[in-house]
Design a protein around this ligand. Structure first.
Ligand code: FE2
Length: 324
């Protein structure tokens, strides 16, 4: 924790001393609550609800409650998209991926899929170019109906210029993604394979590393307090803005992610406002990068880039928490 974070943590910590962990552990009232305690219990859930695609009342209620949930049995694309389709349609196109050494790499999609087939730990993370290519097959109006709005003010600021509302993720068994949260909310459409998601909500003062990345919050993994969601094809997961999340890949997995922002009332709410204003005030350049960059979370998992700008202590945190 750097000096600024330490001051911030010390200043804000007293606000949330009554937060209890979500595992219902009985605690002495005089025992200080650890700064990393989860605040998931404030949303009144112990697990992410799973709702059938035709139960719109429940879908809207879960969305408005602002916690993760899964829509089951959904088909939101007009044609099948699978790993075989990637090979058939864009085998010769160059893609950027992470290799087994956690370094950015470039190769054709065909070569990448050959390596994935051989069990090598390659992955594509948040590929906006592929997202754009396949987005025409996805029914955006489904998500607009869930949100109850077509576009928000923040969508116009963050997504309009760079047009990066869709991103493709491809990962291989054993890939463990790092824990992070951001201003964007996401609907994750699982297309092929299975993946396990871990989600947690923590306030700003409960995050160990709020400034390590220009526009994402990073924090340690605390498995005992997280919501765990198993995803399979036909499932759509809602990851609300500022909810921490990371994944474990069980099989070769392909997913399409729809990125969007919430209404301003969400960011001004009591739970989210400190996370929101910290970003706006402490790292406006990061917000600008997010708005203008062609990529989303550029080089987020690249070991060499982390190494260039982090201290030894920060690198130890990153290594222990699967950032590389
Ligand atoms: Fe994310």
């Amino acid at each position: 924790m750097n000096c600024t974070s330490m001051v911030l943590y010390t200043t804000l910590n007293s606000t949330y001393v009554n937060i209890m962990p979500s595992d219902h552990t009985v605690k002495d009232h005089h025992t200080p609550t650890p700064p990393h305690a989860s605040s998931v219990h404030e949303f009144g859930i112990n697990s992410a609800p799973r709702v059938p695609v035709d139960d719109w009342e429940q879908i809207r209620a879960c969305y408005q409650a602002g916690h993760p949930f899964v829509i089951e049995g959904a088909t939101v694309q007009d044609q099948q998209l699978s790993i075989d389709d990637l090979r058939e349609r864009i085998a010769d196109e160059e893609v950027t991926c992470f290799n087994p050494e956690y370094l950015s790499d470039k190769m054709t999609m065909g070569t990448l899929l050959d390596r994935v087939e051989q069990g090598e730990k390659y992955r594509i993370r948040a590929d906006v170019q592929l997202g754009k290519l396949f987005s025409q097959h996805f029914n955006t109006s489904f998500f607009e109906r869930v949100r109850g709005v077509k576009i928000t003010l923040m969508d116009m600021l963050l997504h309009f210029l760079a047009k990066k509302s869709w991103a493709v993720f491809l990962s291989t068994p054993g890939c463990k993604m790092s824990n992070h949260s951001h201003i964007n909310s996401t609907f994750v459409v699982q297309l092929e394979g299975t993946k396990t998601w871990h989600l947690d909500f923590r306030y700003l003062n409960q995050l160990e590393h709020p400034t390590l990345y220009p526009y994402d919050y990073l924090a340690k993994k605390h498995p005992a307090q997280e919501l765990v969601v198993h995803m399979k094809p036909g499932n759509i997961l809602y990851v609300p803005a500022y909810w921490l999340h990371y994944t474990d890949t069980d099989t070769v997995s392909l997913s399409m992610h729809y990125l969007f922002t919430e209404k301003m009332s969400y960011y001004f709410s009591k739970r989210m406002c400190k996370l929101f204003f910290f970003e706006m005030i402490r790292r406006p350049i990061g917000m600008l990068k997010l708005a203008l960059a062609r990529d989303n979370e550029f080089a987020f998992g690249d070991k060499s880039l982390w190494s260039k700008r982090c201290t030894e202590k920060e690198l130890t945190f990153l290594a222990e928490n699967d950032y590389y």
